[in-house]
Design a protein around this ligand. Structure first.
Ligand SMILES: [Zn+2]
Length: 75
């Protein structure tokens, strides 16, 4: 677990979309009931641009649990 530092840096969370290097703004929390226990949360990070496509991908599979601001992803 890293402390969040202000400004860009090597630890700045990045969008999980393929080929995207934008700073993540959103955290998509999801769970695949076939392989994860119900309280387990996997996290994808997304920039503003990819939030919709990534969350739609997870929602189609009924994996998506919630979408929160990236700084709240561990809450
Ligand atoms: Zn992105």
């Amino acid at each position: 677990m890293t402390e969040s530092a202000p400004g860009p840096g090597p630890d700045e969370p990045q969008c999980s979309a393929k080929g995207c290097r934008a700073a993540a703004v959103w955290a998509l929390r999801w769970n695949n009931p076939k392989i994860h226990t119900p309280d387990r949360r996997k996290i994808w990070l997304a920039c503003d641009e990819h939030r919709e496509s990534l969350s739609a991908f997870l929602a189609r599979r009924d994996f998506l649990k919630d979408v929160v601001p990236v700084e709240d992803r561990d809450a």
